[in-house]
Design a protein around this ligand. Structure first.
Ligand code: AMP
Length: 525
């Protein structure tokens, strides 16, 4: 269903008009921004953007988790631009890579921009959201300027297999379709709308709470991300948050569960756990059901390429009694799932494992400025009733059971998830091989309790570098080299992509058909 207008902006404007004092954003320090204040900021920022930026290109929104960053993203939409949310903690080289993919880059910052970043992207138009909201300049764009229909609402940059971050373009129609489904979830449809806001806005998981809260007149309850987690601060924020809907990766819930005080006394209003992004294990679901007996635990599945999530399934006694991996649920209305043989494309019956294809109205436009990769993964198709639709090859393996529920069974390629973060192993290998002195690199995932917990890298150095290392002494030299290589990687990759261990080896082990023997590497420890 093609829509006009922008469902998210319309919802925010409506609440700002009818209930201007309703809380829209609650920061981790307890300060609250109302819908009235949020909307005023959106309009001021949209006017400022309109004054400085021509055309319709996406705008990079550089910031952290605060109300101004939310206003900045909405203001992009209100002035006719998609937003590309970028975490303020990303290395300068990575932000440069993202800006470098845009023909006319503009960066709207909601926090101070380091000088090194300004110099790295000299051709980029820089706007400071804090000064744009101070004195309104320009004319507030009308509704006809809003991003709508098949125009891009946001571009999320994820790890790319070719060594550069890959932008995924999700349209206003995609978000509207996702929103229509999300508001029907139990607990949310009953009027409970205080959403945990934990995932950084540069990950599509955060769209769950952004869309869920703002579409329903609800509140985003912000907590700091997992990277800089201060448990005492997190738990005191949670205790006063009033959170009713929990959205996170299972890994983040596991971190919280490690503290015995994470239970219904801490979050008495919590009614729904929504998980997405990686495997939900029995142990996590069981512990949550025990500690939060009044809450529903739901597993959902989906790639950024199909707007956050396309399945929903509650995990109850029956699912937990079955030792097989937990299902990820049934497809949403508007989505159809097909399981096909990866080699032949032939459709497979229920129970058989193959590649998961997603058809429907949340399948994204494609990869930003990359028609070849878009054509490889996305295609035009028809739903079973003949309606024309877009399709996406996920690269995920799985099967449908007799009830039509989806079960995920891993990947066809080298994409892994560490704490829910999407990482292409080939991108990390490419970054290592770009370091002078490194001849070859291989990165393998380390498993712990059924999930990838970290990455280990193995590198072979150029012969000249090798002799230098041999001259140095044994273990200590290895340790030092590992430290140097990790520090080099941190200059170009986000922290979550840097392998925990980097080991220098003399030569890459190969399989019988001369491929890097990843099993042999994994067993090296
Ligand atoms: P992202 O684009 O970051 O949301 O990552 C999407 C990928 O995460 C999917 O293609 C799957 O490989 C994985 N994923 C998402 N949800 C689940 C889930 N509930 N269980 C297992 N894997 C999942």
């Amino acid at each position: 269903m093609e829509t006009s207008g922008n469902a998210l902006l319309e919802a925010v404007e409506k609440t700002a008009t009818l209930e201007p004092g309703a809380p829209a954003f609650r920061a981790s320090d307890g300060s609250v921004t109302s819908y009235g204040e949020l909307w005023t900021n959106v309009l001021d920022l949209a006017a400022g953007i309109g004054e400085h930026v021509a055309g319709k290109d996406p705008i990079i929104v550089l910031g952290r988790k605060d109300a101004l960053t939310v206003a900045a993203m909405l203001a992009c939409l209100a002035s006719g631009h998609a937003y590309a949310p970028v975490d303020a903690d990303l290395p300068v080289a990575r932000v440069r890579d993202i800006a470098g993919q845009m023909p006319y880059p503009t960066l709207l910052s909601t926090c101070p921009v380091p000088k090194s970043l300004r110099t790295a992207i000299p051709a980029c138009t820089m706007l400071d959201a804090r000064s744009l909201t101070e004195g309104v300049i320009g004319v507030v764009p009308g509704r006809d300027a809003w991003v709508s229909g098949n125009e891009t609402q946001y571009v999320i940059f994820t790890s790319g297999s070719t060594g550069r971050p890959k932008g995924i373009e999700v349209t206003a129609d995609n978000v509207a379709a996702f929103m229509r489904w999300l508001v029907t979830f139990p607990v949310i449809r009953d009027g409970h709308r205080a959403f945990l806001d934990q995932a950084h806005y540069s990950f599509d998981l955060s769209e769950y709470e952004l869309v869920g809260a703002l579409a329903t007149g609800g509140c985003l309850c912000a907590v700091e991300g997992a990277g800089d987690l201060d448990f005492a601060a997190l738990f005191s924020t949670l205790a006063t948050s009033g959170v009713e809907v929990w959205v996170s990766t299972p890994s983040f819930a596991d971190l919280c569960l490690a503290d015995p005080s994470f239970d219904e006394r801490l979050l008495p209003r919590l009614g729904l756990f929504l998980f997405c992004g990686e495997t939900l294990h029995h142990t996590t679901a069981e512990a949550l059901r025990e500690r939060f007996p009044q809450a529903i635990v739901a597993n959902t599945y989906g790639p950024t390429e199909s707007t956050v999530a396309v399945t929903y399934g509650e995990i109850g006694d029956a699912e937990l009694a079955d030792p097989a991996p937990l299902p990820v649920g049934l497809p949403r209305p508007g989505t159809e799932l097909r399981i096909v043989d990866h080699e032949t494309g032939e459709a497979l019956p229920a129970g058989e494992t193959g590649e998961i294809l997603i058809y429907g109205d949340t399948v994204a436009k494609g990869y930003y400025e990359n028609p070849e990769r878009t054509a490889e993964a996305f295609f035009e198709t028809r739903l079973s009733d003949g309606t024309p639709s877009r399709g996406y090859r996920t690269g995920d393996l799985g099967h449908l059971d007799a009830e039509g529920a989806l079960h995920c069974e891993g990947r066809l390629d080298s994409l892994v998830k560490v704490s829910g973060y999407r990482i292409e192993l080939t991108e990390v290998e490419g970054a290592l091989e770009a370091i002078p002195g490194v001849e070859q690199a291989a990165v393998v995932p380390r498993e712990s309790r059924g999930r990838t917990s970290s990455l280990s890298a193995y590198v072979v150095l150029d012969p000249a570098e090798r002799s230098l290392v041999r001259d140095a002494e044994g273990g200590r030299a290895d340790f030092e080299l590992s430290r140097i290589l990790r520090a080099e990687l941190a200059r170009t990759l986000p922290a979550y992509m840097v392998p925990r261990r980097v080991r220098v080896i003399d030569e890459m082990p190969l399989t019988a058909n001369d491929k890097v023997d990843r099993r042999a590497l994994a067993s090296r420890g």
